[in-house]
Design a protein around this ligand. Structure first.
Ligand code: GLC
Length: 458
């Protein structure tokens, strides 16, 4: 089939989204990650919390909030299924990566959650609870149903999560410390430590808590801590994660081995770690937030989702947001290519690929998480572009991807430096690829739709 009009394309995207809806006891409660019969891993039939977000936002924009409400309640009800490892103290607050609902024939069955104990590589879904809180905010904004957020069950759930996420662990900065593969990039990719996407989500969650957590004596401590953490995190990211040509020059001339309070290079980053591709790569009036920051370590790779979420949640300054979008504009062929959007730029190859991914054949250079192109990021790109007044870029992304995605049957990801090849091991009929296009279209055509992500400002 060759799609001819925007209407046909949207019809095809909606058909996929609608067929992906999963019901429990006759009520819609989430969407399957993919409907491709040949998928490699059986958990693509499940509802992933992060994958459901763009679908949920589409349902909210379309005046169908019930499925989102059911989903939010379902995830809370599954919390008690979190297994506790022997010798560990129970810390409720994590939410599952995905859940499975029993088939229609199975009347006795109950939903089951996976907190990463079954997922490939046994990865911890640190992002899930943060997405849950952020989605709850969108639900409340659109429906006005603040009673759900104020219910005892939901207040308790937010408290558990904030308790866990604000607890002191081994951080040495306001940024949150996580293991590798704890978010959308759920395979080993050198994204342990303080990855940007986690920091953006943390900021989004902490800002939301200010709105949704009731100011009761019981919540006072959490409200005050989340406000302080949100403020320190914001300053920290804006200063230390930011990279433009001026900052690059400063880092290039950093002194090292500085001891004590006045150290300018407080993480002891050696200028020698600046990768050669950076020389001349940043055009004037552009910049981005680096991927990660730790002791003696600045990960110079550009991770798209973290940058775009930081713009949408107001974690960047307006000027930084403008410069990030300028970078996409100037480096379009590298960062967007033929199919939006590179999940990370550039790819790791050779020994770096071997040591960083553990020789992962799915993450070979310019594929999957290692520089592959992910259509599911389109909604975030359009959202960030519209928020910064770059409708031109939002239109360009939509215009170049919609028809191809529809004709290719909504692949999960694309391969290649230009993103022109359907991913070697990519699923087709990947739900969030379709919902990202519907949402991107809505953000562009209906400025009110962006209200589901109305910027958070404190
Ligand atoms: C892959 C992706 C992850 C996604 C899941 C379901 O594991 O890396 O981000 O949630 O597939 O689509």
């Amino acid at each position: 089939m060759t799609a001819t009009s925007t209407d046909d394309i949207l019809k095809s995207a909606y058909a996929l989204l609608d067929s992906a809806v999963l019901s429990y006891k006759g009520e819609p409660t989430g969407t399957a990650a993919a409907l491709d019969d040949r998928v490699a891993a059986p958990n693509y039939e499940e509802c992933f919390v992060r994958d459901f977000v763009p679908s949920a936002l589409v349902f909210l924009c379309d005046g169908k909030p019930e499925i989102v409400r059911n989903f939010l309640k379902m995830v809370v009800s599954l919390r008690h299924q979190q297994p506790v490892m022997e010798g560990h103290e129970r810390a409720l607050g994590l939410m599952p990566a995905s859940f499975r609902v029993p088939g229609e024939q199975d009347k006795e069955g109950t939903p089951t959650a996976d907190f990463g104990e079954l997922a490939i590589g046994r990865v911890a879904p640190v992002d899930s609870a943060m997405w849950w809180v952020i989605l709850l905010r969108s639900y409340v904004l659109v429906t006005g149903d603040v009673a759900l957020a104020h219910s005892e069950e939901f207040q308790e759930s937010m408290r558990f999560t904030l308790d866990l996420y604000l607890k002191e662990s081994f951080e040495t900065s306001p940024a949150m410390l996580v293991p590798d593969a704890s978010f959308m990039i759920d395979r080993r990719m050198g994204v342990y430590g303080h990855p940007l996407e986690i920091q953006a989500l943390l900021y989004g969650m902490l800002s939301t808590a200010q709105e949704l957590l009731l100011p009761t004596p019981e919540n006072e401590r959490l409200l005050s801590n989340s406000k302080k953490r949100m403020q320190t995190l914001r300053s920290y990211v804006r200063i230390y994660y930011w990279l433009d040509s001026q900052r690059l020059n400063e880092i290039h001339r950093f002194r090292s081995e500085e001891f004590g309070e006045d150290a300018a290079n407080h993480l002891n980053i050696y200028p020698e770690t600046i990768p050669p591709w950076m020389d001349g790569w940043l055009p004037p009036n552009s910049g981005y937030l680096v991927g990660n920051l730790g002791v003696g370590r600045m990960d110079f790779r550009l991770f798209s989702f973290g940058n775009l979420l930081a713009i949408m949640f107001g974690l960047t300054t307006d000027k930084q947001a403008e410069k990030i979008m300028n970078l996409y504009d100037a480096r379009w062929s590298e960062l967007v290519g033929e199919m939006p959007l590179k999940i990370v730029y550039p790819a790791l190859d050779g020994d770096k690929w071997r040591y960083t991914t553990g020789s992962d054949p799915k993450n070979v250079p310019w594929s999957y998480h290692n520089g592959g192109s992910w259509p599911c990021l389109i909604w975030a790109f359009v959202g960030a572009a519209v928020r910064t007044g770059r409708h031109d870029l939002a239109r360009k992304v939509m215009a170049q991807s919609m028809e191809k995605l529809c004709n290719d049957q909504w692949p999960e990801y694309y391969d290649g430096k230009n993103g022109s090849l359907i991913g070697r091991r990519s699923n087709l009929k990947q739900t969030w690829s379709a919902s990202a296009v519907i949402l991107g279209h809505q953000f562009l055509e209906d400025p009110d739709a962006l209200a589901v992500f109305e910027s958070i400002n404190f």
